[in-house]
Ligand binder design. Structure first.
Ligand code: C5J
Length: 226
């Protein structure tokens, strides 16, 4: 048993890499690239693109220390059988979920837009969870997979902070996982929403979990930067 300690908010976060998973939420072309679902909703994708190098470092750290790596992907089956009509209708988009767009059918599994950005392509040994909702636990096998591996701690990043990342953090917290939001490995189209979520997570004694920058995690795993 190895216990490492991260300087985090609201107080130090302790974890054992053998019982910890990095969960990277929805780093897909549909959210990070022009022409994808996020852009079709009217968003500027630049704030999301900026976290890609930090997410690459997070994945490298996780793999180097034998942690489980999980990538989630928000995508529906081609018949949209797992897409609630309310989700498809939301926003009255001219080009919405299931429609042909610049990156293929929007948010549909197997289409170019549903794929991960090339810099963060899953590697052999990583686990990919396709999810129909915003939370990674809803209608997926994630909880069983984590329990089978004895995972108790989650290091969470990805997009968008206030939608799929926050929903997943809350679902995980309610299931008893000890969650650290790696703050600079998460992003929102609305930077103020990102900042607000970090505060919400750590408020009230860490009511949802902890937050720390990637550098603090690196320090815990590999020591101070030279
Ligand atoms: C959204 C997500 N924003 N991954 N999905 O629809 O946050």
């Amino acid at each position: 048993m190895t216990t490492l300690t991260v300087a985090a908010r609201p107080y130090d976060y302790s974890f054992d890499p053998a019982h910890t998973a990095v969960v990277l939420i929805d780093m897909q072309r549909d959210f990070l690239e022009p022409g994808g679902f996020g852009a079709l909703l009217g968003n500027d994708v630049a704030p999301l693109r900026r976290i890609v190098p930090a997410c690459q470092r997070l994945l490298a750290l996780a793999r180097a220390h034998g942690m489980t790596v999980i990538h989630t992907q928000e995508a529906h089956d081609p018949l949209l059988a797992d897409c609630p009509p309310a989700k498809k209708a939301r926003g009255h988009l001219a080009c919405g979920i299931g429609d042909p767009g610049p990156l293929g059918r929007v948010l549909v599994a197997g289409e170019p837009g549903a794929g991960f950005v090339p810099e963060l392509t899953p590697e052999a040994g990583d686990i990919v969870i396709r999810k129909p909702g915003k939370g990674a636990f809803y209608a997926t096998a994630l909880d069983g997979i984590l329990k089978n591996r004895g995972i108790t701690h989650l290091l969470v990043g990805g997009v968008t902070t206030e939608v799929c990342v926050q929903t997943t953090l809350r679902e995980a917290n309610d299931r008893g996982y000890e969650c650290l939001l790696v703050a600079d490995c998460a992003a929102s189209y609305f930077p103020q929403f990102h900042d607000a979520v970090v505060e919400m997570v750590v408020a009230q004694g860490g009511i949802v979990g902890w937050a720390a920058p990637l550098a603090a995690l690196e320090q815990a795993l590999v020591g101070p930067a030279a």
